[in-house]
Design a protein around this ligand. Structure first.
Ligand SMILES: [Zn+2]
Length: 409
């Protein structure tokens, strides 16, 4: 790669503070560059994990989709980065400063003015204590930009699993909760993530940020969360000999749900349990109302109805009393949809769970419900209260995943 595109892409950061730092480093830069480019350089996150004495069974990294489809994605780094071809793992540029937009041109990635000619590019920081920022949010590890069509791209954050947990635990539950709750959440989330990493090995990413799991990057970290993750390092839940995909949800509403009610493809999973500890949660009980026009539009959108909707009813329930199937009668006739399709169509943040009853009054659909989320596995609000009562992370996990054991990977 010649000097011209290199210089047009990488440039000194703009702020005064950065300018001072950059100028002093720039004097040394030709030598640093020579050293780096003289060595055959390969990106291998596994090396760091093994150097830290971690178990080789623990996945080296997790791939988190943070931008599904963007056209001009601003990226910046606090120090220097390298661009790497993910297929060969060889660097395609020397180390340089980064403050540019990622774009996609004819199905290949452009970094600022640099045309890489590649469908996918890894941006790898040279200093693990300096962070990349994407659309203004800071992230640990590397990022991978991949063309999704001729003119837009996705961005995946590739980082160590525990670094991901640093930015995830405090987004799932308040970081101010007792250590036992943070530790229980860290172990459950690590187990869930390990299962996802194994399941999605052949896919482009493992987790969709803020859909599969909440994730805020470095901005969501706190010292208490990092301590909880570090204290539980390598620990995951096993059930009947396999790593447990340890589902969890915000508020179970008094009883957790059987996994088969929503994820029937899941293997062995602990039974649902009663929970007496989420009663003071905001959405232990809730109500929601919809105009009939909203309901009709939602049912038509998912293909559950055509024309006018004449009636709606819960036609079957799961073993814990939640809705399983909803019968929709419209001009198109009678149709059964799952309660989860129904919930998604009416908005998961308004119809907060599938534990509800419905009534039609005055041309409106009135819903009374319990809990927030699917209700499977650990109840986060219950776990928070148990931790406040002095329960340990181990006891909390055993309560919500009966029969599961905590083991190192
Ligand atoms: Zn609960």
């Amino acid at each position: 790669m010649g000097d011209a595109p290199y210089c047009s892409t990488w440039h000194i950061a703009e702020s005064e503070r950065m300018r001072g730092r950059a100028l002093s480093i720039r004097n040394l830069f030709p030598f640093v560059v020579l050293l780096i480019t003289a060595l055959p350089w390969r990106f291998d996150p596994a090396q760091t994990a093994h150097a830290m004495g971690r178990s080789p069974n623990l996945p080296d990294k997790i791939r988190v989709l943070i931008v599904k489809s963007g056209r001009h994605v601003p990226v910046k780094h606090e120090s220097t980065v390298m661009l790497v071809n993910p297929d060969t793992r060889q660097s395609i540029t020397r180390a340089g400063w980064l403050d540019a937009h990622l774009t996609c041109e004819n199905g290949t990635i452009k970094v600022g003015g640099l045309r890489t000619g590649l469908r996918s590019v890894l941006i790898v920081p040279q200093n693990s204590r300096a962070f990349l920022s994407v659309e203004g949010n800071r992230y640990r590890g590397a990022i991978r930009a991949t063309a999704v069509d001729t003119s837009s791209l996705s961005v995946i954050n590739e980082l160590k699993l525990d670094e991901f947990l640093y930015g995830m635990v405090g987004r799932e539950i308040p970081a101010s909760w007792p250590a036992a709750a943070l530790e229980a959440q860290a172990i459950a989330a690590r187990s869930f993530a390990v299962d996802r990493i194994r399941m999605n090995a052949k896919k482009a990413y493992d987790i969709l940020a803020n859909v599969t799991l909440a994730y805020g990057g470095v901005g969501a970290e706190t010292p208490a969360v990092r301590t909880a993750v570090n204290r539980t390092q390598g620990k995951v839940l096993f059930y009947k000999g396999a790593v447990l995909p340890a589902y969890f949800s915000s508020t179970c509403g008094g009883h957790t749900e059987e996994v088969g009610a929503i994820y029937p493809e899941t293997g062995a999973f602990p039974r649902a349990v009663r929970c007496n500890w989420c009663r003071d949660a905001r959405f232990f009980q809730w109500e929601a109302g919809y105009s009939w026009r909203e309901v009709e539009a939602a049912m038509q959108r998912i293909g559950a109805a055509r024309g006018a909707v004449r009636s709606l009813r819960v036609s079957s329930k799961t073993s814990t009393g939640r809705a399983a199937q909803i019968e929709v009668i419209s001009d198109a006739g009678r149709k059964q949809i799952t309660a989860h399709q129904f919930r998604s169509a009416l908005g998961v943040d308004k119809l907060r769970s599938t534990w509800f009853s419905m009534q039609v009054t005055g041309g409106r659909l009135q819903v009374k419900g319990r809990g927030w989320g699917h209700g499977i596995g650990l109840c986060q609000n219950g776990a928070g209260n148990l931790a406040k009562q002095g329960w340990s992370a181990k006891n909390i996990l055993q309560r919500y995943y009966p029969g599961a054991v905590i083991r190192g990977l």
